[in-house]
Design a protein around this ligand. Structure first.
Ligand code: SF4
Length: 92
């Protein structure tokens, strides 16, 4: 099994974002497909060469979700109502 990778994240003010990419190894996605790892901090987080992935996803009503794990080939994270959301979410 392989971790689903985040192709792009537009939340440029997140401490883990560099160059529109997520730089922490694994985010957690919440029950409403929100990125629960988003954080606005004065210091930078993550690793410059890390490719962000999905550690766990609680959005059980997404068609890509199996046993609270993401099975999508890849995902994007985008701004929605001023917070970070999984833009690949598709309701079953
Ligand atoms: S695509 Fe679906 S299962 Fe994967 S992270 Fe987004 S909401 Fe969760």
């Amino acid at each position: 099994m392989e971790m689903t990778l985040i192709t792009k994240c537009n939340m440029v003010n997140c401490a883990y974002n560099k160059g529109n990419c997520c730089r922490t190894l694994g985010i957690t996605v919440g029950p409403h497909a929100e990125c629960n790892t988003y954080t606005h901090a004065s210091s930078r987080g993550g690793y410059a060469d890390a490719k962000g992935g999905i550690g766990a996803c609680l959005a059980s009503d997404c068609k890509f979700n199996t046993q609270l794990e993401c099975q999508a080939p890849k995902i994007n994270v985008d701004s929605h109502d001023k917070h970070a959301d999984c833009a690949t979410f598709k309701k079953r």
